[in-house]
Ligand binder design. Structure first.
Ligand code: SF4
Ligand code: SF4
Length: 358
């Protein structure tokens, strides 16, 4: 396993990290714990969970497994999305108790979706409560997690409160998040990437993503992980594992890791355009919209309709669960046409907004 320094924290993190949001049988504490222990055996030392994952079972599974391991052999992270300081404190204390540790190594101000969210976390006291808990030693390092577009998130990082950031970054959406990764790199803070496999879309569409493959990564999963790890600012790729085979495959990708050269990376970025023929790449050039519609989020959701051959539920899950938006705002489009003139992919944006399922 390859390890990288996590920003300026003095901690070295495995480049593949364990995400606890996809246990296949979360009610089975023993079985779920085994996959976590297997990952630890393979050299993974960063374990990420959150309240509510897997029907609110994930933290209990982590606690069951981590109690069996030497404390100095792993780092654990969890999160809180509440804006109120007292609520955050309560959630943190419950996480500590469930995980069976005296300190959360990496604690996230969770799920920042908009600049307003960020203001609310500050004004509601959540940030202050987290910093206070850090003073008390209950938190090792404070980070944030976000689905905001790159520029907005870069501004949050500019406040210089966080020692690291968790963001979605992969071969599908990297243009949308690149600014935040660059900003984190400039600040020298840790970067954890979630969804390195595009929420499953990359392994489900191997032909479309075949362009990612290299001599040392001859399957799309390995290639997608190597794509992430090739970015010098990225510390670790967080993968939500469902079984031990997935762990072994990801660990093998790290073991065989050969960074893409700059020329290869440029080539890949160019190839994304071809691979995304008819798909939104999340580049954001269609913005701004005069009525404030977050077009890339809706068009990214519409991507699911194409990639899943018409599964409307996949689209709903994407905009509700991933982006936290509803189809109502898309219906406010006044059909000015500005976004379509600017779209790098020449997509029929107005038509797609109208076709989004309720
Ligand atoms: S066409 Fe609709 S979505 Fe596009 S910029 Fe105009 S109002 Fe916004
Ligand atoms: S709709 Fe077009 S311009 Fe807007 S993010 Fe998607 S690909 Fe980019």
């Amino acid at each position: 396993m390859l390890y990288r320094p996590f920003g300026k924290t003095g901690k070295n993190i495995s480049v593949i990290s364990f995400g606890g949001m996809r246990f296949s049988e979360p009610k089975d504490l023993q079985k779920s714990s085994e996959s976590l222990l297997h990952a630890h055996d393979k050299g993974i030392n960063y374990f990420d969970t959150a309240p509510i994952y897997c029907g609110d079972r994930s933290e209990d599974i982590f606690g069951h497994a981590l109690r069996q391991l030497p404390r100095e052999s792993f780092y654990v992270s969890t999160k809180c999305s509440r804006p109120n300081g007292a609520d955050l404190r309560k959630s943190l204390e419950r996480s500590l108790q469930r995980l069976g540790v005296e300190q959360i190594d990496f604690f996230y101000i969770w799920h920042l979706m908009t600049p307003t969210d960020w203001e609310q976390r500050k004004q509601g006291g959540a940030v202050e409560a987290a910093l206070q808990a850090k003073e008390e030693g209950l938190i090792g390092h404070l980070l944030c997690s976000s689905h905001m577009e790159g520029e907005g998130l870069a501004q949050v990082l500019d406040d210089k409160i966080f020692e690291g950031v968790l963001l979605g970054y992969n071969a599908i959406n990297f243009p949308y998040r690149r600014a935040a990764v660059e900003q984190a790199g400039k600040q020298g803070i840790g970067v954890v990437t979630m969804n390195p496999l595009g929420g499953g879309l990359i392994p489900q569409n191997p032909e479309r993503f075949a362009f990612l493959k290299t001599a040392t990564a001859n399957d799309v999963v390995s290639a997608a992980l190597q794509f992430n790890l090739s970015h010098p600012a990225i510390t670790t790729a967080l993968v939500g594992f469902s079984n031990t085979q997935e762990i072994d495959q990801a660990v093998a990708a790290a073991d065989n890791f050969v960074p893409y050269s700059e020329a290869q990376q440029q080539q890949l970025q160019d190839n994304v355009e071809t691979a995304f023929d008819g798909l939104c790449t999340g580049c954001g050039y269609c913005l701004p919209c005069p009525v404030g519609i977050p077009i890339p989020k809706y068009l990214d959701s519409y991507n699911q309709l194409i990639l899943t051959n018409g599964d409307q539920q996949a689209v709903r899950d994407r905009y509700r669960m991933h982006w936290n938006i509803t189809p109502q705002q898309a219906k406010e489009c006044i059909r000015c046409g500005g976004c379509e003139e600017r779209c790098t992919q020449h997509l029929p944006i107005m038509q797609r907004l109208a076709e989004l399922p309720d």
